[in-house]
Design a protein around this ligand. Structure first.
Ligand code: CA
Ligand code: CA
Length: 249
């Protein structure tokens, strides 16, 4: 069956209409909305995407080189889930050269492999969020009150309370060999989104995009930027192109 913009298909084939937050004139993404499934079970944040709840989700596997319509070379499988307490995010990434130097929370940005989740609850309200995880387990979180209103340093001061765990299948920071990849598993408490009302209601629709920097000696250019939306430029802040996601119970 085909779902229209503003609807999501559930596993059982039912359509669920979304309530776009005070925003009837949504700039519709060409992508079908992602159905973000609810889970009553706690997710163990251990870098393993083996919970039953993860297996029930629909995987996000279409990733494009940023600024083009070309499919990404480095494959990514991302998933989203929600519960009463958290938004959960996971990404399983193929990566032949897993690399990351930074550690801890909110280290300076730059130079590491990184998986990024952008979340924008409304297409008309300017607020949006960005969450990072690197293969070394470094995390960053940003809240932007408005795009362009100052550098990232201004917005990284925000703390979401995110938790993340990573597993690496290969050898971190050893470029001479060939790695299989890495996995990031993330829990973001709904309090992180208090400025937009916190936890959504069933049937609400937000927007999101998953993005990635892959540095690799095995890639022709040495680096690949990819995203779960097609972006007209190499800029992950082009939120007009984020995908709708509906919160489904
Ligand atoms: Ca887990
Ligand atoms: Ca890499």
């Amino acid at each position: 069956m085909v779902c229209c913009a503003g609807e999501a298909c559930r596993g059982d084939g039912r359509r669920v209409a979304f309530d776009f937050m005070n925003d009837p004139q949504t700039i519709a993404s060409p992508q079908q909305p992602y159905a973000c499934l609810w889970t009553p079970d706690a997710i163990a944040i251990d870098g393993k995407v083996d919970e039953k709840a993860w297996k029930r989700t629909s995987p996000i596997t279409d990733f494009y080189v940023a600024g083009s319509t070309k499919r990404a070379t480095s494959r990514t499988t991302a998933r989203l889930l929600w519960s009463d307490t958290h938004l959960y995010f996971s990404a399983e990434m193929e990566d032949a050269d897993v690399y990351g130097l930074h550690e801890g929370h909110d280290p300076p940005f730059g130079g590491d492999d990184v998986i990024e989740l952008f979340v924008k609850p409304s297409r008309t309200d300017p607020f949006y969020w960005e969450f990072h995880v690197t293969p070394r387990g470094a995390t960053r979180d940003y809240f932007y009150a408005r795009r362009g209103a100052g550098p990232n340093e201004r917005w990284i001061a925000y703390n979401s309370g995110m938790r993340a765990a990573v597993t690496v299948d290969g050898t971190l920071n050893r470029w001479e060999d060939r790695d299989a990849g890495w996995i990031a598993e993330v829990a973001i408490p709904w309090t992180a989104f208090e400025r937009m009302g916190g936890r959504p209601k069933e049937g609400d629709a937000w927007t999101f995009m998953v993005a990635r920097y892959d540095y690799s000696v095995h890639l022709e250019e040495g680096i690949e930027l990819s995203a779960s939306s097609i972006l007209p430029k190499e800029n992950f802040h082009l939120f007009e192109h984020y995908q709708d996601m509906g919160f489904i119970k």
